[in-house]
Design a protein. Structure first.
Length: 179
C-alpha cells in the first residue's frame, strides 16, 4: 500500500505532505537523518529548528498513481488556502523540480562564488613527516605476509587464503619475475 502522510510540527502551524511505500516510522527516520546531516530545505531547516515533528498517516492507496494524484491535490489545496507548508515541489513523483533551468544554474554559480575548499593548500614539511610517522606506526601493527608464500598458490587460492586482490597478486608476480 502507498501512503500519503503529514510531517507536522506541533509547536508551529507548518507541515509537509509526502508519500511513501515504507512504514511511516522508516520514512520518519529518513527525514530525521537528512535533517541531522544538514540537508538544506525548508522542511529540514524547520526540523532542525523545532525538533518537535511527528508523522501522521493521511490516506492509503493501492497504487502509486492514485497516491501521487492525492498528494498533488493536497499540496495544491494547502497552497490555495495559504497554509504554511514546507513542500518545495508540487507533489506527484516527489523531488525538487526546476522549471527555469538557466536561472537556477545562475543562482548556483552565484552561491559557489569564492568557495574553493582546499584549493592551493599545501602541507608543511612538519605535517608531512608526522603523517608518514603515523602511517608507518599503523602498518607495523597490521599483519603482513611473505610474497613468496602467496605466489606458491594460484590467484584463486591466494585470494581465498590471504584475501589479496587480483591487482596486488599480479603486481607481486611481476615484481618477483623482475628480481
Amino acid at each position: 500500500m502507498y501512503k500519503v502522510y503529514y510531517l507536522v510540527s506541533y509547536s508551529t502551524s507548518r507541515y509537509y505532505i509526502g508519500i511513501t511505500r515504507n512504514k511511516l516510522r522508516t520514512r520518519f527516520m529518513q527525514h530525521t537523518s537528512a535533517s541531522d546531516r544538514g540537508v538544506k530545505s525548508p522542511l529540514y531547516d524547520c526540523m532542525r529548528k523545532y525538533k518537535d515533528f511527528l508523522i501522521v498517516l493521511r490516506d492509503e492507496y493501492p497504487t502509486h498513481k492514485e497516491c501521487c494524484e492525492r498528494e498533488i491535490e493536497l499540496i495544491a489545496g494547502a497552497r490555495e488556502l495559504k497554509h504554511s507548508i514546507l513542500n518545495l515541489a508540487d507533489g506527484g513523483e516527489g523531488g525538487f523540480y526546476v522549471h527555469d533551468i538557466a536561472n537556477w544554474k545562475k543562482q548556483l554559480r552565484a552561491k559557489r562564488q569564492g568557495r574553493k575548499p582546499a584549493l592551493g593548500m599545501k602541507h608543511t614539511e612538519e605535517n608531512k613527516e608526522y603523517f608518514s610517522e603515523v602511517a608507518r606506526e599503523y602498518w607495523k601493527t597490521q599483519p603482513t605476509y611473505v610474497a613468496e608464500e602467496i605466489l606458491k598458490h594460484s590467484f584463486s587460492a591466494a585470494k581465498e587464503m590471504y584475501g589479496i586482490s587480483k591487482t596486488h597478486y599480479y603486481r607481486l608476480k611481476r615484481q618477483s619475475s623482475n628480481e
